[in-house]
Every structure is written in structure tokens, then in C-alpha cells.
Design a binder for this molecule. Structure first.
Ligand code: PLP
Length: 378
């Protein structure tokens, strides 16, 4: 829920998300829709409903709380689906909702395993889990040397039912790092084989978007696709850029021009007077600033906007709710007109990767942050 009273519109094209899902499905096994963090800023409920219409029957969210919200929404909408919590339970109060709301948690530590085992025994009710393995990311999950104790603890807790096995790739978006990907894949196969040998018929999933697009051999029984659903290509700017062909960016962001005025040669603009006009020019003051998640880090980085169908450059410091753009070459720009910060119409539309490069970040963060503004579904 947005608490920003601004002129921003994060416009979300659900048809693009649906089309991207259809595209991902052509790459192999079942695609789990990764819609954590409010669907990367695109809206948890709207995105889940759109994906469900394309046959997506499994959603990966972050916290258990996010899973509860999704379950309640889907139930009200009459939609059944599996919900996986990628973070799994963190606090004691995160355990009961797993049973109440039918959420499959990633379980990646003995601490979590003991807690679900205890709760299952108290309730006398089974819980399907995904066993999370750490195969090289060194973030969350059981490592290979945990296997004997893990299998022993699982044997002792028959109500905890490993239904899935998962691990996450650290370098799949880097064509130069295939060696690391294959090493992770090998470790994953070993650990999945150990689970299966112990009698657990797990659905294995390892691939993220980059893995889905680039590595046929990582597909297993299911795959967790995130960023591609929203139309950004994890291989943008790499030798494998072509693998993301056909993805459609689902988010575009626009705001209003507040004022247009001249800036004479030699005059400076905005806080710190960091930008000096090198010629007589015209500037638009745009209702976008770091309070709207249009980062101050964009100041002076050559960031562009689309105004009146033309690319124009942001100049001077980005303020809290305002920033400036050089509109000398966009003579029709008027107060009240739209300025596009992301997307826009025609071949000059601004891609998430372009904006990310000016910002010094990645498309994921651009979507998550700008998506916190008021959203309009188009
Ligand atoms: C976010 C996430 C994904 C999706 O990654 P993309 O690169 O967006 O496809 C998959 N698995 C896990 C565990 C994640 O946290």
C-alpha cells in the first residue's frame, strides 16, 4: 500500500507479465512464479492472479507473512495454488501459519527443522517442506556435510515431509562463470540424490531466470522464474543477451513536469550548484525525487527521461521531490506534461537496465523501489 502522495504512476502491464510467463514455459519444466517482495514491485495479488490465468500453480514469496497475505487473497478469489516461502520461518510466530495457510517453507537450518518438527508433533499434522541446500551461495541452506544428521533428523520427524529440494545459483547471469554454475549443479544433484535414496520423492528446483534461459541441464522438475516475468533480461549487456529475446518490460513510470524555465549560460542549478549551464538552455523541473525512490544517486550520472517523445538528460542534484532535466531540445515541454522515468512509448522507451546503469544498480532494484509508488494497471 502506497503512502506517497505524489504525481508518480508506476504503470503495470499485466499482459506483459502473462506473455513473459508463457515464454518462460517454453524453456522446459514447470515454472514457479517468483513474486516475492510484492512481485518485484509489480503488486503481489495482481501478479499472482495474472500468472494463475496462464496456468501457474506455484508461487514463491519471501516471508511467511507475505505468504499468508497471498493465501487469503487467492482463497477469496477462488484460486488454489502452492505457496512457497523462500525465507522460511524466522520468528516463533511464523510457524503456526504454515499449517493454517498451507504454506511450504524453505527449511535450511537445523534450528528451523527442529521447530517445524516440534510444531508438527504438537499439532499431529504433517507439513510439506522444501529442503533448502547451500551449494555455493553461502547464504541459506544445509551444506553437504549436514546430510547425515539431516537425514537422521528427518527420519525421526515423520510428520515433516520433504516435498521439494531447492538451492539457489550465485552466478548464473554471468556467461564467464559457467564453471561455478556447473559446480553448484553437481553439488545439488548429489544432495538431491541422497534425499531420494532415503525415500523422499522430492520435486527438485535450482534454476532462477538466468538458469532457465541458459542452462537446459539445470531444469529438474521445476524452476523458479523471477525477473523475466517482469520483462528484464538477466543477460543484458553480456554475450548472452540474445537469450532474453522476446521479454516485455511490464513496468513504466511517469510523473508530471512542474515548471519550465530558462537557465542562462554560466548559471547553476539545484543544491550544491553542482551543474553549470554550458550554454543558454531550457530546463524542466520534474516532480520526481528520492522520496519517490528516484534516487539522489542518479544526480549527475547522465540519467535520461522521455519528455515529449524525446530523450532528455537529468541535470544537477536530485532533490527530495524534484529534479531538473535539460529540455532545450524538447521545445514543446510544458508544466503538466508527463515525464517518463522508465518505459514510455516508442523505440526510445527507457529500459530497466538503462535506468539501472545510470543508477549504479540492477533492474531488480529499479522495479522494487519504483514499484513502491502508486500503481496503475493498464
Ligand atoms: C528471487 C529468487 C529467485 C528468482 O530469481 P530471478 O533471477 O529473479 O529469476 C529464485 N530463487 C530464489 C531462492 C530467489 O530468492
Amino acid at each position: 500500500m502506497s503512502i506517497l502522495y505524489n504525481k508518480f504512476e508506476a504503470r503495470i502491464r499485466l499482459s506483459a507479465i502473462r506473455s513473459n510467463y508463457r515464454l518462460l514455459k517454453t524453456f522446459g519444466s514447470r515454472v514457479i512464479g517468483v513474486i516475492k517482495a510484492d512481485a518485484y514491485g509489480h503488486g503481489l495479488f495482481e501478479t499472482a492472479e495474472a500468472l494463475s490465468k496462464e496456468g501457474c500453480d506455484t508461487f514463491a514469496i519471501g516471508s511467511v507473512e507475505e505468504g499468508v497475505a497471498l493465501r487469503q487473497h487467492l482463497s477469496n478469489a477462488g484460486i488454489g495454488a502452492r505457496i512457497l516461502s523462500l525465507l522460511g520461518p524466522i520468528d516463533p510466530e511464523d510457524y503456526a501459519p504454515l499449517w493454517q495457510h498451507d504454506i511450504i517453507p524453505f527449511i535450511g537450518s537445523f534450528r528451523q527443522l527442529e521447530a517445524v518438527a516440534g510444531q508438527a508433533a504438537r499439532l499431529g499434522k504433517a507439513l510439506p517442506i522444501s529442503v533448502k541446500f547451500d551449494t555455493g551461495m553461502a547464504r541459506l541452506g544445509f551444506v553437504e556435510s549436514d546430510l547425515p544428521r539431516l537425514l537422521e533428523r528427518l527420519r525421526e520427524a515423520p510428520l515433516v515431509r520433504p516435498a521439494m529440494a531447492s538451492s539457489h545459483l550465485a552466478t548464473a547471469d554471468d556467461p564467464e562463470a559457467v564453471g561455478c554454475v556447473l559446480e553448484q549443479a553437481k553439488r545439488f544433484e548429489t544432495m538431491v540424490a541422497a534425499l531420494r535414496q532415503a525415500g523422499y520423492d522430492v520435486e527438485a528446483n535450482l534454476a532462477n531466470t538466468a538458469g532457465i534461459l541458459a542452462h537446459q541441464q539445470l531444469h529438474h522438475q521445476s524452476q523458479r522464474g523471477g525477473i523475466a516475468l517482469y520483462g528484464a533480461n538477466p543477460f543484458a549487456g553480456t554475450a548472452w543477451e540474445h537469450l532474453g529475446k522476446g521479454l516485455q518490460q511490464a513496468m513504466e513510470v511517469r510523473t508530471k513536469i512542474v515548471s519550465v524555465h530558462p537557465l542562462k549560460r554560466g548559471e547553476t542549478i539545484s543544491y550544491g550548484a553542482t551543474y553549470t549551464a554550458s550554454r543558454d538552455m531550457k530546463v524542466a523541473i520534474v516532480a520526481a525525487g528520492y522520496a519517490d525512490a528516484y534516487s539522489r544517486g542518479l544526480s549527475g550520472q547522465g540519467a535520461q527521461m522521455l519528455i515529449g517523445g524525446r530523450r532528455v538528460q537529468q541535470v544537477g542534484r536530485v532533490c527530495m521531490q524534484l529534479c531538473a532535466a535539460d529540455v532545450t531540445d524538447a521545445p514543446d515541454a510544458r508544466p503538466g506534461d508527463w515525464a517518463w522515468l522508465l518505459g514510455g512509448t516508442g523505440p526510445l522507451a527507457i529500459s530497466a537496465d538503462e535506468l539501472a546503469s545510470w543508477w549504479g544498480t540492477i533492474s531488480y532494484e529499479v522495479f522494487c523501489l519504483l514499484g513502491m509508488n502508486r500503481r496503475v494497471y493498464i
